[in-house]
Write a protein that binds this ligand. Sequence first.
Ligand code: HEM
Length: 150
Amino acid sequence: MIEHFNLIRGLHIIAVIAWMSGLLYLPRLYVYHTRATPGSEMDETFKLMELKLLRIIINPAMILVFILGGTLVWIDLERLGPHFWIAPWMLTKIGALVFLSAWHGFLAGSRRAFAEGRNKRSERFWRMTNELPFIAAIVIVLAVTTKFGG
Ligand code: HEM
């Protein structure tokens, strides 16, 4: 498996790109969805777009990120030693990952709220929070590429 490390790392990054693009796009749909009258054609169109984005892109991409990332952890335990996962860069990555996963769950819950016509959050809320996953991604990428603190 260790000889395929670079290939798996590349596939991991591709899955991350798909996951991140979905996490950044979905709240943009929510921004405009807040303007649609419940039951209107526009409301129904947004509901369908949001459902497909989550089911076809965001959820499968997250599963792939975790499977491929888990494989890399397994290889790194051998490559870098059993304590690599408590290195500062890895703990930083895990922290930002917990946030990204929670944000994913929050967005999925919000999709259900929109689908059932009970969204209470404003256009402003969705605009203000839209960049949060991008900030987490910057933290993660720089943590893994610099491997600060060993
Ligand atoms: C369950 C989730 C994840 C796990 C278990 C995981 C684990 C790993 C591991 C072990 C490596 C190899 C590190 C090395 O020794 O070089 C890696 C590489 C990488 N990961 Fe993740 N990762 C996850 C999610 C993410 C996310 C969400 C991002 C970005 C937003 C990300 C970005 C990267 C990048 C850019 C690399 C390649 C950098 C490098 O190896 O120099 N990962 N990941």
